[in-house]
Design a protein around this ligand. Structure first.
Ligand SMILES: [Zn+2]
Length: 123
């Protein structure tokens, strides 16, 4: 790999990552709507994953490495999507699996995202 390209990819990635994190943090703070938060969280994951894959491509990483990064991002996306819940009452973000009550306001959480799991303790 060309060290210049690696440096460009690394710095570019860091700058864009910080920028997108700031933008999404501001957007998330500006809303208490759970659906909106879920959508923003999804977008931020897609943006950050694309940045990672993009950085690997710019750095001139071998195809195997790029694929590995892409698969890693997809797995992370799936996990985050599965374990992130938003309180329907106050919009608080809950990223702990097995949480059934909002730690902020105490409202019972919908277990929609995990309802397909056989080990649903509510049944
Ligand atoms: Zn709540």
């Amino acid at each position: 790999m060309d060290p210049t390209r690696v440096a460009i990819a690394g710095v570019g990635y860091l700058v864009l990552w910080v920028l997108s994190t700031i933008v999404f943090t501001v957007l998330l703070k500006g809303t208490d709507n759970p659906a909106e938060k879920k959508r923003l969280g999804r977008y931020s994951l897609i943006v950050i994953s694309s940045l990672m894959v993009g950085a690997a491509v710019v750095a001139g990483a071998p195809l195997g490495v790029i694929l590995f990064v892409a698969v890693g991002c997809a797995a992370f996306y799936w996990l985050a999507e599965r374990f992130t819940k938003y309180c329907q009452a106050c919009g608080h973000t809950i990223q702990r699996p097995g949480t059934f009550y909002c730690p902020k306001c105490g409202t019972k959480l919908e277990s929609k995202s995990t309802s397909s799991a056989a080990s649903n303790p509510e049944r």
